[in-house]
Design a protein around this ligand. Structure first.
Ligand SMILES: [Zn+2]
Length: 313
């Protein structure tokens, strides 16, 4: 079997400030978040998810999302995204002028009811309202529908690919500009990624925008590579792999940004990221989060002598 060439470039969307921080106890001060964003931008990252418009009592870690977003918007060329659980959150995102808002939908009915207190189809209705609000406001904010628990879930177990794809299509029909798939709990493997993403790409075409893999069982980078082989060229990642899984104590978070950048650039896929600068930032973020688990491999060993930053960044 032959495979298509890998994409020439890929985007690493930093989600550590949202997916990472929401899953750990430490509340990072706003000033530290600004420093993280500023230095990630300086290291070449151009897409950052800065927080989530959820009530502060639910996620005190992300209570300063509006302030953090306002700062991020001052960096020229940075695409600032934010998670919105519902229409109310979307109205905040529109008001704040986010470049992108992501509405998460859990394809597992059990997970959806437990976490969002809505069925997946009720979330599709929310997408419809969000699209109407965006259009009424004449806003440029893009809307992404993120289908989570796409490879299974700790509550329900199996989630069928047919159901995942039905809901992805429903989100597009309800007005999502683009869609993405997330392995929320680290159940995916490269073969299942190939099977599901291949079908997703056939449905959504270039409106399929991103793969989101948790490294709960150590397969996040392998899963990225499987998606990369199909031409997917945007991936979520979290600096130092921070985050976790509420259902698996001690589990790691998303793919580590620095390891992902290293893998992509080693494969000749340009990311625009300066890995040395990213490692320096990782060092500081890990110190700010002292006592929290951090993950990843590159920071322990450093870049290999054979790695040529100049030709791969
Ligand atoms: Zn996630």
């Amino acid at each position: 079997m032959s495979t298509a060439p890998l994409p020439a470039t890929a985007v690493i969307r930093e989600v550590g400030l949202r997916d990472g921080l929401q899953s750990i106890q430490t509340v990072l001060p706003t000033e530290r978040k600004r420093e993280w964003i500023r230095d990630a931008f300086a290291a070449g990252q151009r897409e950052i998810e800065v927080g989530s418009f959820v009530p502060a009592r639910l996620l005190p870690q992300l209570a300063d999302t509006a302030d953090v977003l306002a700062f991020a918007k001052t960096l020229p060329g940075l695409k600032v995204s934010v998670l919105v659980p519902n229409l109310r959150g979307a109205l905040h995102a529109l008001q704040a002028g986010a470049d992108l808002m992501i509405l998460p939908l859990s394809a597992s009915h059990a997970h959806s009811l437990a976490n969002l207190r809505k069925t997946p189809d009720e979330v599709v209705q929310e997408m419809r309202k969000i699209r109407a609000a965006r259009d009424a406001a004449g806003s440029q904010t893009l809307i992404e529908g993120g289908v989570g628990t796409a490879f299974g879930c700790t509550l329900q177990g199996e989630v069928s690919h047919d159901e995942v794809l039905r809901l992805m299509q429903a989100l597009l029909d309800a007005g999502a500009d683009r869609v993405s798939l997330a392995d929320t709990v680290g159940y995916a493997d490269p073969a299942s990624v190939s099977r599901l993403f291949e079908r997703a790409l056939r449905i959504a075409g270039d409106r399929f925008c991103c793969g989101h893999f948790h490294d709960t069982r150590g397969l996040a980078l392998a899963n990225v590579y499987a998606a990369l082989q199909l031409g997917v060229s945007r991936f979520d990642a979290s600096l130092a792999g921070i985050g976790g899984c509420p259902h698996a104590p001690g589990a790691s978070g998303n793919a580590a940004t620095e390891d992902l950048a290293f893998m992509l650039q080693s494969c000749g896929v340009r990311t625009g990221v300066d890995i040395e600068a990213l490692l320096a930032l990782r060092h500081r973020v890990a110190a700010w989060l002292e006592g929290e688990a951090t993950h990843g491999a590159l920071w322990r060993a450093g870049l290999p002598r054979t790695f040529n930053m100049a030709t791969t960044a």
